[in-house]
Design a protein around this ligand. Sequence first.
Ligand code: HXC
Length: 520
Amino acid sequence: MSQTLEGKRQLLLKLRKASEVGGGEARINKQHEQGKYTARERIERLVDPGSFLEFDRFVVHKSNNVGMDQNKFLGDGVVTGIATINNQKVALYSQDFTCWGGALGAAHAKKICKIMDFALENRIPMIGMNDSGGARIQEGVEGLAGYGEIFYRNVKCSGVIPQISLIMGPCAGGAVYSPALTDFIFMVDKTSYMFVTGPEVIKTVTHEEVTKEQLGGAQAHAEKSGVAQFKCINEDECFERVRELLSYIPPANFTKATAKYTSDIVYRDNVKIKETVPANPKKPYDMKEIIFDVVDDAQFLEVHKDYAKNIIVGFASVGGIKIGIVANQPAILAGVLDIASSEKAARFVRFCDAFDIPILTLVDVPGFLPGTEQEFGGIIKHGSKLLYAYSEATVPLISIITRKSYGGAYLVMASKHIKTDVNLAYPTAEIAVMGAEGAVNIIHRGDLEGLTGKAFDDKKAALMAEYEDNFANPYRAAELGFMDAIILPEETRKRVYEYLMALKNKKQEKPKRKHGNIQL
Ligand code: HXC
């Protein structure tokens, strides 16, 4: 006899319930004991309440290997669907560690691919929560194939929709390459790790002894490798940061930017930073003081906060207009450009350009870091990435030189010559081929030859003062039109806002090509 209507309803409710328990109570308890939420709890905490619409909750695998035909979980170890965050649609997947350690088989991968295709076709951000033992061993090459399909889609989505990866448990072997292909990686301190080869293999091959945490924990990737843009103290903080990030970025490329709510007065003077840049060019100062005073409500979401701290990148808004900020940090290594900082800034500039986010660049850079380590490490190719990124950017670009801007670094840091729209400088700006001492040592070697002691010191000081009068100011560049205006620090916020408004409809065409060949 066929089921009654009520019976059919009850069956659906029963199946729904069954799909919600994942790998069972014992495994859920284990997950909680480790300070981790389950896949569903994560979604619930990340998205707007009640907004999650699940896809494919009854999918199961088709494997018969190693007794797998008797070992099935509804949903196959990953929860996928769409939801809203800050009232904006997003697509997401969340791997369920309670089902075979979140390991990825063919059906699991297919679910992820389906939701990625949905995200791409509907131009909404894609969020992946990773907590997995990698390719499902019982499914052999089918798991590997599944990863390949995901990687391919990560690349297809790149620059079209923002892709965000949350690492909330293991992520090892080739599996790391899906997050690596996305725009932002968030890691949770102490409970997540990422590596291509784990501690055991490393011990066998190189005899190095290292723990999982030291090798691939959140700290290692946020501070040393730069693989992770955000390190969070726990999963709740991670969800908070993701929501914050999404409030600055559009759902897709070619989407009209929405304004960020602010009650901060646009036309206020930046009185706090009037004297932030010291008169003595050798004295460090904190560029973040300038950033916090210029942006709306002192709200700045720093990206890659703990990595290559000699450059600062992150998101903010000015008068409600969402912007990306790139700024040299004179308080760390005098704000010098090196391999790590060039790569960090280049990637950020390219993200902003891909998603039409205007960029404000604050410049105080003494040059590139000298040394064999940098040269052998390829500062030539890595430094060129930043030059490339700025030169190819077609979003509104505004730069302000607060103090030093020397040599090649002057050109790289959003100079007029690589087509920045508006170049501004504070009266404290120094734009030259190099600093006074280096320049005097080279061009006045003959004048100093034979002098010793006080006579040498006095002559050198006089030559340096003369050089500084000549070159260490913004007026030479202003005479040539390389600086559009010299502004006072207290005028910064209103000027930035006005120029951003003026650049709102910027359109810049580039010659047709398949793609450029950035130095990778
Ligand atoms: C199938 C797996 C699995 C896997 C874990 N499990 N990894 N099942 N395939 N890859 C299962 C376990 O059998 C166990 O099942 C449950 O998940 C939890 O695992 P535990 O070991 O009990 O948990 P824990 O002690 O926390 O250790 C987690 C772990 C460990 C570190 C992830 O399980 C582990 O090392 N797994 C293997 C990782 C690995 O080498 N994967 C392949 C990587 S290469 P029960 O039934 O007991 O709950 C790869 C290639 C990708 O992924 C290629 C892309 C191109």
